[in-house]
Ligand binder design. Structure first.
Ligand code: AHR
Length: 503
């Protein structure tokens, strides 16, 4: 048993818990849209063809924002293909995923789905094959009340009121050589700045996200952000960050410490943005939109798009099956995002349904939860108020990739309005229990409401449509609160949530 202690103090506020930290992502990729959110033949489908069971789980997951329509897909997308009468919409090649896009779902359908799911849309424009004008056309279609070509087209298509979408992504992963229309940092920075400037002429209140790096391993990481922000600083509000992790070559210890990379990623991007701020004599700060993050086994066959003359509609792609260790890492990545709430103002778990997703569907059939559903849903449903910085004293564990890292990683949230305190904790040891001791003297008289732990002696246990519940988070019966201290035993490879309230 490894002893670890944590001190929580209400004065150590990092910043607010932001609902936008709990965003997700719907891309026209594989079965995310077609047979994911949209399946008109499904018994639970509504008049728009949206699956009611998926909508229900989206609400249970407590997703705040949803980024749309890509991803790599957006860099070849003609948004106007997918408006108006469905039977007149063209089918197009989707070069990003070597698929056929039937355009049955477009911006109007997505906005109706978002309203039903109760999520805020986050729209991406194509800066791969397109530019300023097409971004302006889409913005006019979405946000202008009426009386112009595109806004009247929206009205004719059934949406009398403007959508007034606030958050917009200026392209996607433009640093990646795989991206359609990939650009150098200088080329992209200029295009993003000009697109942003023009979009703000239509609607000054927009919140704009410029593309940062596709991963911290990109050769251009750091320099990309510096150059792009030097061009676009005054015109944008956020720089994006994307990161995917997976257990490589059986190195579970390093995989469990993935949040160390996310911490490094966030802190490096914030430092770079601040350096550009100083050099450019800017006053505002740029924040981070971590708008793609998850576990993704990129080398698995499921991630390989079709090839040759095979251009299927909605093929099975990126349908990773997540195990318990993957869920522990997802829970830990959320801890990292929360810990940086002063700089990370939005984030999107990529993706929502079927494609590296917490929610899985059978076409026309069952819906089920992957293991990663649970830490996301519990954190999103219970983290409220302010994020607190913790004093953590933890034993170290050795990893091949990151050296020695603390076995215990934790964060807390405190809601001053209700007094509720939530402690989120990951035991990253592969072998040992952690005996967690939490000093609560800053919060006298709290009682334990609930303690849940996600773990399993077999960390490779994977949920299926037949059994997605036998390894869900369970009550941690070792958890106790007495004399303003909380204690809990955290098994190896586990993620836990302790919920405390005023007595
Ligand atoms: O989320 C899957 C893909 O990962 C997205 O399309 C792309 O932006 C990223 O490389």
């Amino acid at each position: 048993m490894l002893p670890a202690s944590v001190t929580v103090d209400p004065a150590f506020v990092v910043g607010p818990v932001r609902r936008r930290t709990f965003g997700s992502f719907v891309e026209h990729l594989g079965r995310c849209v077609y047979s994911g959110i949209h399946d008109p033949e499904h018994p639970t489908a509504d008049a728009d063809g949206f699956r009611g069971d998926v909508l229900e789980l989206t609400r249970e997951l407590a997703v705040s924002t949803v980024r749309y329509p890509g991803g790599n897909f957006v860099s070849g997308y003609r948004w106007e293909d997918a408006i108006g009468p469905v039977e007149q919409r063209p089918r197009r090649l989707d070069l990003a995923w070597h698929s056929t896009e039937p355009n049955l779902v477009g911006v109007d359908e997505f906005m109706r789905w978002a309203a039903k799911a109760g999520v805020e849309p986050m729209m991406a424009v194509n800066l791969g094959t397109r530019g300023v004008q097409e971004a302006l056309d889409l913005l006019e279609y979405c946000n202008v009340p009426g009386g112009t070509e595109w806004s009247d087209r929206r009205r004719a298509n059934g949406a009398a009121d403007p959508y007034r979408i606030r958050m917009w992504c200026l392209g996607n992963e433009m640093d990646g050589p795989w991206q359609i229309g990939h650009k150098t940092a200088e080329e992209y920075g200029r295009l993003a700045a000009e697109t942003a400037r023009a979009m703000r002429m239509v609607d000054p209140g927009l919140e704009l996200v410029v593309c940062g790096s596709s991963s911290s391993a990109m050769p251009t990481f750091g320099e990309w952000e510096r150059v792009v922000l030097t061009e676009a600083y005054e015109h944008v509000d956020y720089v994006s960050a994307h990161a995917y992790y997976w257990e490589e070559d059986g190195d579970l210890a390093s995989f469990l410490a993935s949040a160390v990379d996310m911490d490094h990623f966030i802190e490096s991007v914030a430092a770079t943005a601040d350096a550009v701020r100083a050099a450019g004599k800017h006053t505002k700060r740029i924040h981070i939109s971590f708008d793609e993050w998850n576990v993704w086994y990129q080398k698995r066959a499921e991630s390989r798009p079709p090839s040759g003359d095979d251009w299927p509609v909605a093929p099975v792609l990126l349908e990773d099956r997540y195990n318990v260790a993957d869920a522990v890492v997802v829970g830990n990545l959320l801890i990292s995002l929360l810990r940086h709430t002063d700089r990370v103002h939005a984030a999107s778990l990529a993706q929502l349904v079927n494609v590296i997703a917490p929610i899985m569907t059978e076409p026309g059939g069952r819906v089920w939860k992957q293991t990663i559903f649970h830490p996301f849903a519990l954190t999103s449903n219970h983290a409220r108020g302010e994020v607190l910085r913790l004093a953590v004293d933890s034993p170290l564990v050795e990893t091949a990739r990151f050296g020695e890292v603390p076995a215990l990683d934790a964060v807390a949230t405190h809601d001053p309005a209700t007094g509720d305190l939530v402690v989120l904790a990951t035991n990253r040891s592969v072998t040992d229990d952690v005996a967690l001791d939490v000093d609560l003297r800053g919060f006298p008289g709290l009682r334990l409401v609930e303690a849940l732990t996600l773990s399993n002696p077999d960390h490779t246990w994977t949920a299926t449509a037949d059994d997605d519940a036998s390894v869900a988070p369970r009550a941690n019966t070792t958890a106790k609160v007495a004399d303003d201290r909380a204690h809990a035993e955290l098994p190896p490879v586990s993620w836990s949530i302790l919920r405390l309230a005023r007595a």
